[in-house]
Design a protein around this ligand. Structure first.
Ligand code: PMV
Length: 318
């Protein structure tokens, strides 16, 4: 009888960023990352076995090459020739710098495993998800996660209840698909940016104090380290040949507004990924004020609010 797996996962937002891959083809991250799983944003994925592999995302057929290594690994684990039909939907904008590949591959890992009748533990699932997207190794878990440089799988440091009042206000600056995927941009940074080595050297120094600030739930220390991490990552990107710039005028306006808010004693710590959206780390009581100030900047800016969420889950029918 054919099994239908219905899965759900939330994106993983890195506070300390991974950017760049170790050489070789196993998709191992060159820098360590520390992240929070964004509860409130979901990728929902349905997987069934089929005669050939196919993936649609929000109804759009995806390039099979992007999934081949991932499906091949599943076939290898299962020891038989399986094929997967995958239908996935995001309830937030796709490929716009909201880490949709992290939740996408995490949901795919749990879904395909269940559809294939395999029993994998969470470490193995995290390693499998990493083949699709390194940040997906983290999305497997809820709460706060760590993916070490060169590691095959992520691990959970704390569950979502470690810091219940933490909020992430996601300012949607643009709904356009980003001009260059993070995969290609990372490779361009590695091969053409003279700052790539400096990025690798400086990245390792941010991790330990950030893990400690997370343990202490110290938003000001964690937020300032998160700012250094994204700013250095984007500096390396900007120094690529040709230069890579994801920011839009509204991105810069929101970054500056966060600076003004902090000057006025409101903890609003922004971070950015490979896209123009700005994610603001803050505490729940400050959220109304932050929302008001961003809306005053531009009433068209939509704000999504996430809190530390749960890891990927799956149920089967049939
Ligand atoms: O996992 P990928 O290949 O989509 O790359 C994610 C890169 C960043 O989002 C910029 C940083 C991170 O650690 O998530």
């Amino acid at each position: 009888m054919s099994i239908e797996a219905l899965c759900c996962a939330s994106p993983s937002l890195a506070l300390i960023k991974y950017w760049g891959k170790k050489s070789g083809r196993r998709n191992l991250p060159a820098t360590a990352s520390l992240a929070v799983t964004l509860g409130g944003l979901y990728t929902r994925t349905r997987v069934i076995l089929d005669r050939q592999d196919s993936v649609t995302l929000d109804g759009v057929v995806q390039d099979p090459a992007r999934f081949k290594q991932f499906f091949d690994r599943l076939r290898q684990k299962a020891g038989r020739s399986l094929h997967f039909r995958v239908e996935s939907k995001n309830d937030f904008p796709t490929s716009a710098g909201l880490a949709s590949s992290s939740s996408g591959f995490a949901a795919l890992a749990v879904g395909c495993t269940r559809a294939a009748g395999l029993e994998l533990d969470s470490r193995e699932l995290s390693g499998l998800a990493r083949l699709g997207s390194a940040s997906a190794a983290r999305s497997l878990f809820g709460g706060f996660t760590l993916l070490q440089a060169g590691a095959r799988e992520a691990r959970q440091l704390y569950g979502s209840n470690h810091w219940p009042e933490l909020r992430i206000a996601i300012v949607l600056v643009s709904r356009e698909v980003k001009p260059i995927s993070s995969r290609r941009a990372m490779e361009a940074t590695r091969t053409t940016s003279p700052y790539y080595r400096a990025w690798l050297r400086s990245a390792s120094g941010l991790l330990e104090p950030a893990v400690e600030a997370l343990r202490l739930r110290d938003l000001n220390v964690l937020g300032s380290l998160a700012r250094l991490s994204y700013a250095r990552m984007h500096a390396a990107l900007l120094a690529s040949d040709p230069p890579l710039l994801y920011w839009l005028p509204a991105t810069v306006a929101v970054i500056r507004e966060c600076g003004l808010l902090r000057e006025q004693g409101i903890g609003a710590w922004e971070t950015l990924d490979a896209g123009p959206q700005v994610k603001i780390l803050c505490l729940e009581p400050d959220l109304p004020r932050i929302r008001e100030r961003i809306t005053a900047l531009d009433p068209e800016l939509k704000i999504l609010v996430a809190s530390p969420g749960e890891g990927a889950n799956c149920r089967v029918r049939g």
